[in-house]
Ligand binder design. Structure first.
Ligand code: SF4
Length: 220
């Protein structure tokens, strides 16, 4: 497995963008474009609430850490966890200032409802992989907390999910090193995309249609 240096780290949060649409990821992370819409603004408010409070606190048999900085040399990513709960467990790791062993359990706050695609689950799994690498432990599950309705969804970090995270981060590094932005592939995702104005997917559609017509006319 490739080992990346700190200078090569990409943002962990980009995994969610990349799995939604590789072009969207490239527009944000390679070309530096960002556009706020209702979805991104409400997501930001929900995250701010998750980060509100003491950085570390103990609640019964759980130590709660907020805004924990994380990284993985194997994946070449770095970022921040909204919340990591450390549950008292014989399979856990020692924590400074707390007696016993504690197993990390990442919790990520998300706007809206649980999604059919895996983009949120992939981001959470990447957080678990970072924590495993940093703390030398094995994390089998974590949770996504959705704003509508306000509830937690447990996510199992299966081999399949871990492989997808690895494939995505490899693709991100490849595109980033080539500074390559993939072409738009228009579909129903575009309606909810915060970069629809910058991406102008309709333009791509028209260009393709125009080129096709030009070729057909000239061949005839
Ligand atoms: S508008 Fe569509 S093709 Fe363009 S970045 Fe967004 S999702 Fe991707």
């Amino acid at each position: 497995m490739a080992e990346y240096g700190e200078d090569d780290f990409l943002l962990l949060s980009g995994i969610q963008h990349f799995s939604f649409c590789p072009r969207q990821w490239a527009l944000i992370h390679i070309e530096g474009l960002w556009s706020e819409n209702f979805f991104t603004a409400s997501g930001r408010v929900l995250h701010a609430k998750a980060h509100d409070g003491d950085a570390v606190e103990k609640r019964g048999d759980t130590v709660v850490a907020r805004s924990l900085k994380i990284f993985s040399n194997n994946l070449g990513i770095s970022g921040e966890c909204d919340v990591v709960e450390f549950h008292k467990s014989a399979d856990g790791v020692p924590l400074r200032n707390y007696e016993g062993l504690w197993l990390p359990y990442p919790v990520e706050y998300k706007r809206g409802k649980s999604k059919l695609d895996d983009c949120d689950r992939l981001q959470l799994c990447a957080q678990a992989v970072c924590l495993e690498e940093m703390l030398c432990c094995q994390i089998s599950k974590g949770a996504l907390f959705y704003g509508e309705p306000r509830r937690r969804e447990t996510v199992e970090f299966s081999l399949e999910l871990r492989d997808k995270v690895k494939d995505i981060t490899e693709s991100m590094h490849k595109l980033f090193s080539q500074k390559f932005t993939p072409k738009a592939k228009t579909d129903k995702r575009c309606a909810g995309c915060s970069l629809i104005d910058e991406c102008v997917p309709r333009l791509f559609k028209n260009v393709r249609a125009d080129v096709k017509k030009y070729l057909e006319d000239n061949i005839e």
